[in-house]
Design a protein around this ligand. Structure first.
Ligand code: SF4
Ligand code: SF4
Length: 334
């Protein structure tokens, strides 16, 4: 099917149309970064953000009940029957939502992506035009225009937006707004391809695709020791991960979605160095579990890595830690 296009200046018309039959969520600028929020006609939409401050699975918890303010607009079927359109989420977050749907959570298979399974959901992915140095989606099988989990892909192309259908749900959305769209001419398709190529190059600068090896081969190296010793155990990386909740428990009962061990308390009248050593040992085990489960051969046996390369855990780490140094080292050791 030939891609369609719309002038970027007419995006509000498109969203208003979708809004008449669905609850639409769209990116909005906020201090420190973009957030995903219910869209109302006239709302501002941010298309130039890097990634959401929080992964969509956190922000979308309000959709569980289908009872947000946007779903209660006059003239629209109320409550959970209102279909949901997630507009403008990045490819890594769409891939994470699909992963959450596919992999049972630790509390059971029905809590997928924070959304009730019965609720119709159409995911409109916005190709990423400004990857950060912390992004490594291409190493995890995705990319700035990845379509995993997408029903519709939108790629900026000069002053136009190119729309490419991915699923029947995407078709339905396009059909509901057909009068606003026109077939894309070759120059628009070419411009969109250039947009994607430039973004892919930017990610490749940060991490060459397929550059990671088996994590266990790097355990104990200098890069490994620095990671374990510098980690503060704050848990920011765990909280912001878009696939949080799909890890596994270790044999010792810990879980890689739990916060890594904070610094141990010295027992009353006890030995502070001993507490410090115990903390380091626990943190060492946590990091081994986390990297093996997310990137190791075992993760492939479970259906694929539990990481989409969004880079939040690197970008927002208060200690400035980048575990890719360990994964790159494991590649060198192969
Ligand atoms: S955010 Fe950084 S310091 Fe905090 S637990 Fe994660 S890796 Fe350690
Ligand atoms: S482990 Fe880090 S890079 Fe991978 S999905 Fe989670 S937050 Fe993103």
């Amino acid at each position: 099917m030939r891609p369609l296009k719309i002038r970027e200046s007419r995006l509000p018309d498109l969203l208003d149309r979708w809004c008449s039959t669905a609850e639409v969520w769209a990116p909005r600028a906020a201090p420190g970064g973009a957030v995903l929020r219910p869209y109302e006609p006239g709302s501002d939409v941010d298309l130039d953000y890097g990634s959401f401050l929080e992964p969509p699975v956190v922000l979308l918890s309000a959709c569980r009940s289908g009872a947000s303010a946007a779903s209660e607009r006059p003239g629209r079927t109320s409550g959970g029957d209102v279909p949901l359109v997630l507009f403008g989420i990045r490819p890594c977050d769409a891939a994470a939502l699909e992963l959450l749907d596919a992999v049972p959570s630790r509390s059971g298979p029905t809590a997928a992506s924070g959304l009730r399974p019965s609720r119709a959901r159409t995911v409109v992915v916005l190709a990423c035009t400004c990857p950060r140095m912390s992004c490594f989606c291409t190493s995890m099988g995705g990319g700035p225009a990845g379509v995993r989990g997408a029903d519709l892909l939108i790629v900026p192309a000069g002053g136009d937006l190119l729309l490419k259908r991915q699923t029947a749900r995407g078709d339905e959305l396009l059909a509901s707004s057909a009068d606003l769209l026109t077939p894309a001419a070759a120059d628009v398709v070419h411009s969109a391809a250039e947009t994607v190529r430039a973004a892919e190059e930017h990610v490749a600068l940060a991490v060459p695709g397929d550059s990671f090896g088996e994590p266990s081969s790097a355990f104990g190296t200098a890069a490994w020791r620095e990671l374990v010793e510098s980690c503060r155990g704050c848990g920011v990386c765990v909280t912001l991960c878009p696939t949080r909740g799909r890890g596994e428990s270790s044999a010792e009962g810990g879980h890689d979605d739990d916060r890594p061990a904070p610094h141990g308390e010295a027992p009353a009248g006890g030995d502070a160095p001993e507490a410090g050593r115990a903390t380091l040992e626990r943190r060492d085990r946590w990091w081994r579990d986390r990297l093996e489960r997310r990137f190791g051969r075992g993760s492939v046996a479970r259906g694929g890595p539990l990481c989409v390369g969004c880079g939040r855990c690197i970008r927002y780490c208060p200690a400035g830690l980048d575990f890719r140094s360990v994964l790159r080292g494991s590649w060198a050791a192969r």
